[in-house]
Ligand binder design. Structure first.
Ligand code: F6R
Length: 615
């Protein structure tokens, strides 16, 4: 979604802003722009499409610029108004002296717009953001102070915003403010930064101040002042960012997605590190801040999440119910927030989110907190808004994920669920000691098994080539790999735009089977060792009888299945309950290679955003 970066200092401002925006572009966007303070003037540049267009525009107009000393940049993901040059940020007030960039949605923008038009303001775009520019300009005319003008203006805004404002008459000052949208200040030596997310500044500084809701920051080259909604100074803690700039490099891989898929063995080792030492020691999960006696009696868990994280949550349900015997409900955050739920003080509510900024999940978590539930957050961003709301926080330590399609953050979430479920099982004494040891042993082995999958991807590439021209796919599985079927299908949809749907294999005959013919390949996930294998095999036979082309993803060594399936993708043997951490990998790769064959923009699929900060 949208991204903001601002800079005041001695470096090449254009370069800093372009670099910052480039590091945010994985979030998804459709236009870009920047405003530069240059020798007493504010100059604005905007382009549609990718950042390279903005870069080329700035290069072409280089001679217009003397020596910019500060600026604000933005990438826009259209919400109000189509992706067009006029709707791209920055937006200005009627006279063009004041500029603003904005992330979020202003819900009362229509009312404000009408009032401002009556006052004589001339609107040019269809955006909600332009309202902010006129509003702050109106307040500035009264207060003659940009900080006060911003503070007074945001009091009138309803909705979510992270904004940066500059004014021609107030050189080299950026005023930022936020509510329900992230914003941080980067502290440098004789230079300062402001941004909507850490990757925008990581190449220049690791020292950061996170703004809280209703705070305003005034950023100059040598100072940062943060105030609350009443203008009182707030002493903010400087935090050191946990990321390395290296994380934003492809390290020789063609795409971030491929790099991130290959990082999964190490990601799992990272998640297990310090928590699972050996098969004889209990799991160390001090992150769960609930008293052991409460956990012993815990009998209701609700997990809320969206998209890929929702699939990890579904796997989490199977794992927790299997290991700890606690009843688990799983729900999409966007559904949870608009109904009467049974959440109460005795419920453990788990929020799962790669970004920690997903608006639906944040709202759901806030509702759960209002009902006095203990909220545990599983996220890859311990510096996120969601993490700040947590009563207990399990940071999944997958490292920054740049590709919009989630891969390594998904496996890290899965592993966090295994650790949590084992921890609960150990407290409740629900698992047989030998079974527990087997599970721990297998968990420790998972990275090696995934490495085996990653070391030879030729069969997956060949399968991708063979099937890349099909327009529809069905993925089927039973038991815990239903989550894998849903996630595998989602990955294919997201990056190749091919229609793929995951089903519980037993559901096939209750409707979807009507769609089957030679144009609809069926991918079956078959993991022997439990009760699902034979059943999925017979469901695959049913599909074969309707002329569907069949792909098997299996750890079975049985060569007879090679006669039933058109393609068999083999993975190492793995316990069924732990298998989603392995089965998801070939499906990520299959989606990746199909999208690659089709020449799609793998890392930044159309219409998608890395962190979805609107409901
Ligand atoms: C898919 C994907 C999305 C996200 C969803 C929730 O690859 O990344 O489906 O999983 O938007 O985002 P988070 O996990 O950040 O809450």
């Amino acid at each position: 979604m949208c991204g903001i970066v601002g800079y005041v200092g001695n470096r090449d401002v254009v370069e800093v802003l372009l670099k910052g925006l480039t590091n945010l572009e994985y979030r998804g966007y459709d236009s870009a722009g920047m405003a530069l303070q240059d020798c007493g003037e504010v100059k604005i540049y905007k382009t549609l499409g990718k950042l390279i267009n903005l870069k080329n525009e700035l290069e072409a107009k280089k001679s217009e610029l003397n020596h910019p000393t500060s600026g604000i940049g933005h990438i826009r993901w259209a919400t109000h108004g189509s992706p067009s040059l006029i709707n791209a940020h920055p937006h200005t007030c009627s006279c063009g002296r004041l500029v603003v960039v904005h992330n979020g949605i202003i819900e009362n923008y229509k009312e404000l717009r009408e009032e401002l038009i009556k006052k004589g303001c001339t609107f040019r775009s269809q955006t909600d953001t332009e309202t902010i520019a006129h509003l702050v300009a109106d307040e500035y005319a009264k207060a003659k102070d940009l900080e006060i003008a911003v503070r007074n203006s945001v009091k009138k805004l309803q909705g979510a915003y992270a904004i940066c404002v500059m004014h021609k008459d107030v050189p080299d000052v950026i005023v930022g403010a936020r509510k329900h949208a992230p914003m941080l200040v980067g502290i440098g030596e004789n230079e300062n930064f402001i941004a909507s997310d850490t990757p925008a500044i990581i190449e220049y500084t690791k020292k950061t101040i996170y703004l809280d809701d209703n705070e305003t920051a005034v950023v100059t080259k040598n100072s940062v002042k943060v105030t609350d909604k009443d203008g009182n100074i707030v002493e903010k803690k400087i935090e050191i960012l946990p990321w390395e700039p290296m994380a934003l490099s492809k390290l020789g891989y063609k795409h971030f997605m491929l790099k991130e898929i290959h990082e999964q063995p190490d990601v799992i080792r990272n998640v297990l590190n310090g928590k699972l030492y050996d098969i004889d020691s209990p799991i160390n999960l001090s992150e769960v801040k609930l008293d052991k006696e409460i956990l012993k009696k815990l009998n209701k868990i609700q997990i809320i999440a969206c998209g890929t994280s929702l699939h990890a949550a579904l796997a989490g349900k199977y794992i927790i119910e299997d290991f700890a015997g606690i009843s688990v409900e799983v729900e999409a955050s966007s559904e949870y927030i608009y109904r009467k739920t049974t959440t109460d003080a005795s419920t453990l509510v788990i929020g799962v989110s790669q970004s920690g900024e997903t608006a639906d999940t944040i709202t759901a978590i806030k509702q759960a907190k209002e009902k006095n539930a203990h909220v545990l957050i599983i996220t890859n961003r311990p510096d996120s808004n969601m993490a700040r709301l947590a009563d207990s926080l399990i940071p999944v330590n997958a490292g920054i994920e740049v590709s919009v399609a989630a891969t390594k953050s998904y496996t890290a979430q899965l592993i966090s669920f295994y650790l949590l479920a084992i921890n609960l099982a150990e407290i409740k004494g629900t698992l047989d000691k030998n079974y527990l040891k087997d599970i721990k042993h297998e968990l420790i082995q998972l990275p090696t098994k995934i490495e085996e999958v990653l070391s030879n991807t030729s069969a997956i590439q060949e399968c991708a080539r063979k099937f890349s021209s099909y327009k529809n796919f069905i993925y089927i599985a039973r038991g815990i790999n239903l989550a894998t079927a849903l996630e595998g299908a989602l990955k294919l949809k997201e990056i190749s735009y091919i229609n793929a749907t995951g089903y519980a294999a037993g559901e096939l005959k209750h409707g979807p089977i009507a769609m089957l013919d030679e144009t609809m390949p069926v991918l079956s996930i078959l993991v022997p060792g439990g009760i699902t294998y034979e059943k999925v095999l017979s469901n695959s036979e049913e599909a074969k009888a309707r002329n569907a082309k069949l792909i098997a993803l299996t750890s079975s060594k049985d060569t007879n299945i090679d006669n039933l399936f058109d393609v068999v993708l083999r993975i190492p043997q793995v316990m069924e309950i732990l298998s989603p951490a392995v089965t998801c990998v070939p499906l990520q790769l299959l989606a990746y290679y199909i999208a690659e064959f089709l020449g799609k923009d793998v890392d930044q699929p159309r219409n998608l955003a890395k962190s979805v900060t609107v409901e």
